[in-house]
Design a protein around this ligand. Structure first.
Ligand code: ZN
Length: 218
């Protein structure tokens, strides 16, 4: 049986699954890494799932995902309309959805929320990711927020200035509804990219960072 383990990034075409509770989570957490992976593996297939996207937010989620994924060979962008902020309280329906997702893709690499994220929607997406995918490489991304839950990640993806600028530009262009929020600014995104860049062993200015709770070395 094919599984996502051990991680085989040498493979030219990757199957990548991106999971996010809200429109913009995936882009903020791993948008630069996705752009970089698709440059290196242009034949990749990406399934991109946003669980709470309704109305304008759904349109933004679809358009933004398409912009980040334009170098993928094939993409499947899925938006669900679960109620934002209430994901844990719709647990049965959300879990049933994750069960169906298993049939959509057998991923080499999964991006999901961080286990100790203090947003309840983010946390349950992480929990269900680990429930659903038992032998796959999961990387948990981080989202800066009011609650202050940034920790110490253990996997770094160095990003060029060009890719970092592209990430921030696409974020700012893609989510007009968020621009009124005081935290949704270019310097927020560059700030975190820069801090993770300082911590990264590579000399690039910017990086994204992840929590890899299990990695298999072969
Ligand atoms: Zn979110």
């Amino acid at each position: 049986m094919k599984t996502g383990w051990p991680i085989q990034l040498a493979r030219r075409r990757l199957n990548i699954l991106c999971l996010g509770a809200h429109a913009d989570d995936i882009e903020i957490g791993c948008g630069g890494t996705i752009l970089k992976l698709l440059q290196a593996h242009p034949g990749s297939r990406v399934v991109w799932v946003v669980l709470t996207a309704r109305g304008t937010r759904e349109k933004e989620a679809m358009t933004s995902a398409a912009a980040f994924l334009r170098k993928a060979r094939s993409t499947k962008i899925i938006t669900k309309s679960f109620k934002e902020s209430y994901l844990p309280y719709q647990g049965k329906e959300v879990k049933e959805y994750f069960d169906t997702l298993q049939r959509v893709i057998d991923p080499d690499l999964i991006f999901t929320h961080y286990r100790h994220d203090l947003h309840q929607d983010h946390r349950i997406v992480c929990e269900l990711t680990w429930n659903t995918y038992r032998r796959h490489q999961i990387l948990e991304y981080e989202i800066p927020k009011y609650d202050g839950d940034l920790g110490q990640p253990n996997l770094y993806v160095p990003l060029t200035d060009e890719v970092s600028r592209e990430k921030v530009r696409l974020l700012m262009e893609g989510f007009a509804t968020q621009r009124s929020k005081r935290w949704f600014t270019e310097d927020t995104f560059y700030g975190l990219l820069r801090i993770r860049g300082i911590e990264s062993p590579e000399p690039t200015k910017y990086a994204e960072a992840f929590y890899a709770r299990k990695v298999v070395l072969e």
